[in-house]
Design a protein around this ligand. Structure first.
Ligand SMILES: Nc1ncnc2c1ncn2[C@@H]1O[C@H](COP(=O)(O)OP(=O)(O)O)[C@@H](O)[C@H]1O
Ligand SMILES: [Mg+2]
Length: 321
């Protein structure tokens, strides 16, 4: 599939990558891939690292538009989006508000719950939480996570309670964010759904199933191990796959996301059938050669380069002047 995007018509393009978050390393890989793809298509693209370069330099670069290939804080959380709105430089992906909401798993879950979209039950955790009460309310299979982190950083799965496991998991998560949530652990298949576009034109790409070796949730194994297997399209019955894709598009639109994004979800099976649980929306997902959005795009014949061009072509400002 070739897109009708004129590379020269895109003007001088900045590719923002690196940044200051704990996901800097992945962002460098994402941004390098995006930059190379744009250059290969004849786009006048330039690297820009907000982790080492100033806002003054960003303004002086006089970009006509930018591709945000930053992950986590100061990249995916509305802050750089706010800078770009102020400088009047159109950018890829969600605007200030949707980015700020989606980086925060707690706010995301509250909105999804209000819209009757399924998400695992949770409680907020504090240093003085009554852990036994939490187990009584949520069950003894739990996941403790910082509300605003990514790439499984600070996440602990707690399935035993013969010591102070929950308190230790809280200590780990709170290193990354003051806001820590404890979620019921969903047993089942792990899926992810890439979405392009916005509103009525938002479309889901094929689902991907991720099968990680048992007990492996950490950052390193997720990104650098070859033991994790990916199935794309996910081996899910077509009608169910379509239902899940529609659910993810609704969840994406409910947060007013735009441009592109990726929803992580779990699929649990019990006597009542297949039950999906939405985990989070990533508004600036990984774009390395091995990342999930490019994998899903490829399954519908959209090459990495075409994907990058399509996302870039949708760059815009949210706030009108
Ligand atoms: N409630 C849950 N039940 C089962 N597994 C979970 C749950 N929450 C998180 N996980 C696992 O941890 C991974 C990371 O969690 P997620 O909420 O997507 O945060 P992030 O990707 O931002 O670190 C998920 O991909 C999934 O494997
Ligand atoms: Mg995730």
């Amino acid at each position: 599939m070739t897109l009708a995007v004129d590379p020269k018509g895109l003007g001088r393009v900045g590719v923002l990558f690196g940044g200051r978050s704990s996901e800097r390393e992945v962002s460098v890989m994402s941004g390098t891939g995006v930059l190379n793809a744009l250059k290969a298509r004849g786009v006048d693209a330039h690297a820009f690292d907000p982790g080492t370069q100033s806002i003054g330099e960003l303004e002086a670069a006089k970009f006509d538009r930018v591709f945000i290939a930053l992950h986590g804080r100061f990249g995916e959380d509305g802050t750089i989006q706010g800078v770009l709105e102020t400088l009047r430089v159109p950018y890829t992906g969600s605007g200030v508000q949707a980015s700020a909401i989606a980086i925060d798993k707690l706010t995301t879950k509250k909105i999804w719950l209000a819209e009757e979209l399924p998400t695992p039950a949770w409680r907020l955790a504090h240093a003085h939480s009554d852990w036994m009460q939490m187990v009584a309310e949520l069950g003894d299979q739990l996941i403790v996570k910082p509300a605003r982190e990514g790439s499984t950083i600070g996440i602990t799965k707690v399935t035993r309670h013969d010591g102070n496991e929950l308190a230790l998991a809280f200590e780990e998560a709170v290193r990354f964010d003051d806001c820590v949530i404890v979620e019921e652990l969903i047993r089942g298949r792990e899926l992810t759904c890439a979405i392009l576009g916005e509103g009525r034109t938002a479309r889901a790409l094929p689902l991907i199933e991720i099968r990680a070796p048992a007990e492996n949730y950490d950052y390193h194994s997720k990104y650098f191990s070859d033991e994790t297997q990916y199935f794309c399209p996910a081996p899910v019955e077509p009608r169910l796959a379509e239902e899940l894709q529609q659910l993810c598009v609704r969840a994406y639109n409910t947060l007013a996301a735009r441009g592109w994004g990726r929803i992580d979800l779990m699929l649990h099976q019990d006597a009542r059938g297949d039950r999906p649980y939405l985990l989070e929306l990533n508004t600036s997902p990984g774009m390395t050669a091995h990342s999930l959005v490019p994998m899903a795009a490829k399954a519908v014949g959209l090459s990495y380069e075409d994907l990058v061009l399509e996302i870039l072509a949708s760059a815009r400002l949210e706030v009108r002047s």
